[in-house]
Design a protein around this ligand. Structure first.
Ligand code: PRP
Length: 179
């Protein structure tokens, strides 16, 4: 892999591990005695969610929802496509949507709306990364590991054109790769 593909490491694997452990503890405390369902938003959140769930110490169930608003481009279309819906009935459950990144907020706004009309006990949002400067709609995560600047990041589940999801650290992609 050429070093020119990346400008720098933005968040190391050690920093991620530390933040995810803390988040797992916080969620375990907040949802104690409640029926917690983690909803992993595929594909990007699969790495974060798999680490997070192993740091949750209370009973928890898991489901997966596959959605995308970017397709093969680097610009959010705002047109959220659901490729795979939940298999779980969420009525009366405490749903925690697990995302890798919030950018414009369009994806989560749509997904939160879809979940809310299904009558869960609650719907909250948990994200690894939050790019607040890019927000187009009003959406705030209840749980967030890192606020990041407006840079194109990949790794730890995040992709550019389906590549780089396997990288253990969060990297800033060089402009030359996507422009
Ligand atoms: C990414 C990410 C979020 C969304 C955030 O998904 O996982 O779901 O974009 O962007 P937004 O806040 O501007 O809506 P993407 O569409 O790239 O699909 P992927 O998770 O399969 O990579």
């Amino acid at each position: 892999m050429s070093t020119k593909e990346f400008e720098k490491v933005l968040i190391t694997r050690e920093e991620i591990k530390d933040a995810v452990e803390k988040l797992g503890k916080r969620i375990s405390k907040d949802y104690e005695g409640k029926e917690l369902l983690l909803v992993c938003i595929l594909k990007g959140a699969f790495v974060f969610c798999s680490d997070l769930v192993r740091n949750i110490t209370i009973p928890v169930t898991l489901d997966f929802l596959s959605a995308s608003s970017y397709g093969q481009t680097s610009v959010s279309s705002g047109n959220v496509q659901i490729y795979k819906d939940l298999e779980t009935d969420i009525i009366g459950k405490h749903v925690l949507l697990v995302e890798d990144i919030i950018d414009t907020g369009l994806t989560l706004k749509v997904l939160k709306g879809i979940m809310t009309v299904r009558n869960p006990a609650s719907v909250k949002i948990c994200t690894l990364l939050d790019k607040k400067d890019r927000r187009k709609v009003d959406i705030t995560p209840e749980y967030c590991c890192f606020s990041i600047p407006d840079e194109f990041v990949v790794g730890y589940g995040l992709d550019y054109s389906e590549k780089y999801r396997n990288l253990p650290d969060i990297m800033v992609l060089s402009r030359s790769v996507y422009e």
